[in-house]
Ligand binder design. Structure first.
Ligand code: ADP
Length: 369
């Protein structure tokens, strides 16, 4: 059987009477679709499984398999679940309509047929069906590209670390054993190689960590926020001390649904940022608390730091997105990307309220535990 060009929608007309089928063809011809006929439910099914159609016009009254039984069989096929079916019938009583819609009909056309109505309905459903198909296709292409990107990211970050390790070990040996024998320019160069190597390794390990987040399988369970926050403050204790920060933490904590390891990582990233992004000489003041609203818990980390202009509030969540030079505020630009991805994987949301110079309030929202 010759296949039509994919641009031309195809309609299947199912009627046991050749004269009625011909009449339908004459009415639909001006729409420019490909029109095929089947004279029984069995033949219709065979055709539907052999090639692609965008719509079926199904006569209800047919001997052997009637229109309803045929529709029932069509809907049982996974690939035909979304195919629009329009019934054609002289009897459009309430009972028949209900039965038809239950079987997955999108519409009924009453006999005798009004040509204008039929053309309008057929073209509307074809347009809808094609749009849905295009959307589904775009969606599946996107998720495939996304998956390829993730595995590319993983391979790159993983494989680049091996040669980098050699560079780092050799520059370490140069620094430790041959430094004195180099002239001043040579010493400066080897120091730069060593520090760039360390930075590169940090970038790659953060990137690897980020890409692992996508693949990691974990369970969601109720977690006690008090334990998580306590653990985070414990982990960051040295950094807090080093900058003499004041960190105020709420006493009572609710339970959320999530993953403890991921949430600890997120809170740690937010807290270290709050300690880091302060004006030179300023003492960081950080507040951490939670609010409950409609089945969700929102955890806030607020600082008195340099703040972020609203046009960057979304951008900073991207991988490698940073608003400052590394020498002013060191970092890799992956911390917030990890927060966003991890929170999404826990079925939550994250965001920030901030203005330039006015401090920031980062939040994570998760379902109640
Ligand atoms: P990193 O901290 O390694 O730079 P992040 O992904 O954690 O990377 O943050 C991205 C950028 O967002 C930072 O470089 C900074 O410009 C901005 N940012 C994050 N947290 C804060 C904060 N608390 N105050 C001001 N700016 C922030």
């Amino acid at each position: 059987m010759a296949h039509p060009s994919p641009e031309k929608p195809a309609v299947l007309l199912v009627d046991d009477r050749a004269d009625k089928s011909l009449a339908l063809q004459c009415i639909l011809e001006p729409l420019g679709y490909e029109l095929l006929s089947a004279s029984s439910g069995e033949e219709a099914l065979r055709l539907l499984l052999s090639r692609k159609f965008n719509l079926v016009l199904l006569d209800v009254n047919m001997p052997e398999l009637d229109g309803f039984q045929t529709a029932d069989l069509i809907r049982q096929r996974e690939t035909l679940k979304e195919l629009p079916i329009i019934f054609v019938s002289a009897d459009v009583s309430e009972e028949r309509l209900q039965k038809g819609y239950e079987l997955g009909a999108v519409d009924f056309i009453r006999m005798p047929i009004n040509a204008t109505v039929l053309r309008a309905r057929v073209s509307t459903f074809i347009a809808l069906h094609r749009r849905t198909e295009q959307l589904e296709k775009a969606n599946s292409e996107l998720s495939e590209v996304n998956q390829q990107m993730q595995s590319f990211l993983y391979t790159v970050s993983h494989d680049l670390r091996a040669p980098l390790r050699s560079i780092n070990s050799f520059s370490k040996i140069l620094l430790e054993e041959h430094y004195a024998s180099l002239d001043e320019a040579g010493q400066d160069l080897v120091k730069r190689i060593a520090s760039s190597g360390i930075r590169m390794d940090k970038l790659l390990s953060d990137l690897l960590h980020y890409s692992r987040l996508t693949r990691w399988e974990f369970n969601l369970a109720p977690i006690d926020l008090a334990t998580v926050i306590k653990g985070v403050c414990e982990n960051v204790r040295e950094e807090i001390k080093a900058v003499h920060a004041k960190v105020e933490v709420q006493e009572q904590w609710p339970t959320v649904n999530g993953n403890e390891v991921l949430l600890e990582q997120c809170m740690c990233n937010l807290l270290t940022n709050a300690l880091k992004f302060v004006a030179k000489g300023a003492v960081p003041e950080v507040k951490i608390w939670a609010e409950s609203k409609g089945g969700k818990i929102r955890i806030f980390v607020q600082d008195n730091g340099i703040g972020i202009s609203p046009e960057y509030h979304e951008r900073i969540y991207g991988v490698f997105e940073r608003l400052h030079a590394n020498h002013a505020y060191p970092g890799t630009g992956i911390g917030l990307a990890i927060v966003r991805k991890a929170v999404e994987r826990m079925n939550g949301r994250t965001g920030v309220e901030s203005s330039l110079g006015g401090g920031s309030r980062f939040w994570i929202e998760l379902p109640k535990g």
